[in-house]
Design a protein. Structure first.
Length: 497
């Protein structure tokens, strides 16, 4: 796109693009002032997005009108041709999915739901295709943020109770020591895990084996003992994948305090406490600190596979091999068999609600798999040490910089690897947990706005974005009742077995 700069009547600058002037030829500053004066919002925004304003005549004006808000420009021009200006954030729109990822990672769902977007008038004429696409993508992001916030509000309370349960019942916390420059295999539960099973058995002494919780039953039923099992899910059904570990007390489990771990598992198995390195984990971090439990740093991720990958890389391995990481819908079972959830679900199959229909329905719902796939596709793969084992008989998608290798090639690589050094688990000496102190700590903090905002984010956003005092008072009343109910649950946990 050809851009031609010229002086304006009042001594400022303007330019033409696609034969159209992007700013006033007489007084672009006055033009910008009138434009910003037209901004009206029914709430106090955290972020104001301006879609391709060209030269920066607006950022200071927006800051004057909304002093509490950050200013962010969405660039459609080549950034090399337009000066950056005084914006707090500069975001280039080149790809829809990348744009979504940039906004979510930079701002998070709460700030995005307290944001607004305005379009510079000339942008609609110069970027006739891009402007509607950006606006539509922004609307989609807000809808996704609403879903994320509602999901968080549902799970935050579960994560709190799980964290209490974790700190109150853990008996054998350990920290792993893994020698550097070794090979680590991570087993997920996709159907393509099956062709690798025999190779994993034959070469079991050549690698450290991480097992995702959903793959536990598959490995154990094939007499393959993982070095550790990783679980991150805080939901009820996630606990079913760990059932068989009750009979394998020698298998350690790596998990954040937010994950759902059965009390018997916490009492008898070695547990590797993981601690997420993000601002949103301050509740579980505080509970673990009060209990005197040392942790291994971990990275929160949409999928346990991502957390497992970061954990493996933290030990500076020579190779990381993924088995069963399909990340796409399958024609048959979505997971390799046996799978604990499939065993549970099959009990309810009948002629009216058949197994075939249930499996087909599950495979159609692949939106979460798409999110996981996009994350892996954008992973940089430093040193190209991460590889995925595939078999052409099973459906799979490309994963960007993560190279795919066939099962036979995987076997050939293992042939060249010498025997690995086992993991050493360092035991922690913790005092008998004072459940009363843990409970009191939680109950006292539940009175604070910081904890309440974390546990009930949707309610706080609703109050922030409302100018109707009656509506705000109604939300506060509902919030008080929710807090009372949560307090009762915590008090019951204090005396739980």
């Amino acid at each position: 796109m050809e851009i031609i700069f010229s002086d304006t009547k009042d001594g400022n600058q303007t330019f033409s693009a696609e034969g159209l002037f992007y700013h006033s030829k007489y007084s672009p500053q006055t033009e910008a002032e009138r434009f910003v004066q037209s901004f009206t919002l029914p709430f106090s925004p955290d972020i104001i997005f301006l879609l391709e304003p060209g030269l920066d005549y607006c950022s200071n004006l927006i800051t004057q009108k909304f002093p509490q808000a950050k200013t962010a420009v969405i660039r459609l021009f080549d950034s090399a041709t337009i000066p950056e200006g005084n914006w707090d954030y500069i975001i280039s729109f080149t790809d829809k999915s990348l744009f979504k990822q940039q906004l979510l990672s930079a701002f998070g769902e709460e700030k995005l739901l307290s944001s607004a977007i305005f379009v510079w008038p000339a942008a609609k004429n110069v970027f006739k295709t891009q402007v509607p696409l950006v606006c539509q993508t922004y609307k989609e992001i807000l809808e996704e943020c609403k879903t994320l916030l509602v999901t968080r509000q549902f799970f935050e309370k579960k994560w709190l109770i799980n964290s209490y349960n974790f700190a109150a019942n853990i008996q054998k916390p350990v920290l792993p020591q893994i020698k550097e420059e070794q090979s680590i295999v991570i087993c997920a539960s996709g159907p393509s895990l099956v062709p690798s099973i025999q190779i994993l058995k034959n070469y079991r002494d050549r690698f450290i084996l991480f097992c995702l919780s959903s793959a536990t039953s598959i490995l154990l039923n094939n007499d393959i003992i993982p070095d550790l099992v990783i679980t991150t899910d805080g939901g009820y059904w996630a606990g079913h994948h760990l059932k068989q570990l009750k009979a394998y007390k020698n298998i350690p489990v790596a998990a954040p305090a937010e994950a759902l771990l059965p009390k018997k598992l916490l009492a008898f198995n070695n547990i590797i406490p993981l601690e997420y390195e993000d601002e949103s984990s301050f509740i579980s971090t505080g509970i673990l600190k009060l209990a005197g439990i040392k942790t291994l740093k971990a990275v929160r991720n949409p999928t346990v596979s991502g957390t497992a990958l970061y954990l493996a890389l933290s030990f500076k391995p020579k190779n990381v091999f993924f088995c069963g990481l399909d990340l796409c819908s399958a024609e048959g079972f979505a997971h390799a068999q046996p799978n604990e959830l499939e065993i549970n679900n099959s009990c309810f199959d009948n002629k009216i609600k058949s197994k075939t229909g249930r499996i087909a329905s599950a495979n159609f719902n692949s939106s979460s798999l798409k999110i996981y796939e996009e994350w892996f596709c954008k992973f940089e793969n430093p040193g190209n040490i991460i590889r995925r084992i595939i078999n052409n008989e099973y459906k799979h998608n490309e994963l960007g910089n993560i190279k795919d290798i066939q099962v036979k090639e995987f076997e050939n690589l293992l042939d060249k690897i010498s025997e690995c050094t086992p993991i050493v688990f360092l035991e922690q000496n913790i005092k008998n947990q004072d459940c009363n102190s843990l409970c009191e700590y939680i109950l006292n903090n539940l009175k604070t706005e910081k904890w309440q905002k974390q546990l009930f984010p949707a309610d706080f956003i609703s109050m922030k974005n409302s100018l109707d005092q009656n509506n705000i008072d109604a939300i506060k009343t509902r919030l008080d009742k929710k807090i009372e109910q949560l307090v009762l649950k915590i008090r019951k946990k204090e005396y739980a077995e």
